[in-house]
Design a protein around this ligand. Structure first.
Ligand code: 15L
Length: 269
């Protein structure tokens, strides 16, 4: 059984993956925030010493740790630029060849919604957060070419048990589909550097995800059964830029709340 490190394990995607992949791999879970679990190791990825400690002895890393929405540059710099560099570099020094990096739909969020994009398009980030994900993709490409590491970049849409709104009907991925895709990223032989889209088999998808299909991805879910109810509830938006582009509100907002965060009482969604 392969030993796999999941960074950012207390986050929303990390929680789904830790549950879905338990039993398939020997998991080591890690995060800045504490988690009560026997296989948990607390670490701050902005510190190289912590990264060297948690990556030691692993067969693969699923690097989820970081700042997961648009926000202040200092937070993104520490978590997503310095943190990502530290994890990849610690993996290299410890001889861990395989990294699955969940990048984001926001690396390409300034593509228009009437376009279908595949894994070969150049990045069009919609936010500082999106730029930090492009940095991770570029670093992965460098480490694959220069050091022979094996890198799978998963541009995740939105992981949730069910899609949240109209935009997410096009980018939704169910927990079991993201688990399938991440498993392919961990186990597929002969990987050098791949980009795939982390989305279910959505009828309304903006992506040509043929690269994921080539690697064996067969999504089990589609957002379509949720569409009628979501579209009936959603009023037409008045932010033309957000409405026209795949990244939605990330294209214009300076801060974006995490859709997975608990709702504060009295605050509008
Ligand atoms: C992301 O990249 C975020 O990590 C996630 O929290 C969602 O905001 C998602 O994108 C989205 O676009 O819905």
């Amino acid at each position: 059984m392969k030993s796999v490190l999941i960074t950012g394990a207390t986050g929303d995607v990390g929680t789904h993956l830790a549950r879905e992949l338990a039993g398939k791999y020997k998991l080591r879970l890690s995060d800045r925030r504490a988690l009560k679990a026997k296989n948990f190791v607390k670490a701050d990825i902005s510190k190289m010493a912590d990264c060297l400690r948690i990556t030691k002895g692993m067969d693969a890393i699923v690097h989820l740790g970081g700042y997961s929405v648009e926000g202040p540059w200092q937070s993104i710099l520490q978590a997503n630029i310095i943190g990502c560099y530290n994890v990849f570099e610690a993996a290299r020094r410890n001889g861990v060849r395989r990294i699955v990096f969940p990048t984001s739909n926001h690396a390409t969020g300034f593509y228009r919604r009437d376009q279908t994009i595949d894994h070969r398009v150049y990045p069009k980030p919609d936010s500082r957060y999106g730029v930090s994900k492009v940095f991770g993709e570029a670093l992965g490409s460098l480490y694959a070419d220069k050091y022979g590491m094996e890198m799978v970049m998963v541009r995740i849409g939105n992981v949730n048990p069910a899609p949240l709104d109209k935009r997410r009907l096009s980018i939704w991925i169910s927990p079991r589909d993201i688990a399938q895709l991440v498993s392919i990223g961990i186990d597929h032989p002969g990987i050098k550097f791949e980009i795939v889209y982390g989305v279910s088999g959505n009828k309304r998808s903006w992506y040509d995800n043929s690269n994921a299909a080539r690697l064996g991805y067969r999504p089990q879910d589609d957002s379509e059964p949720y569409a009628q109810e979501i579209l009936a509830k959603e009023k037409p938006g008045d932010n033309d830029i957000a409405e026209a582009h795949q990244g939605g509100i990330f294209c214009t907002a300076e801060d974006v709340p995490n859709p997975a965060a608990p709702k504060k009482k009295g605050r509008k969604k």
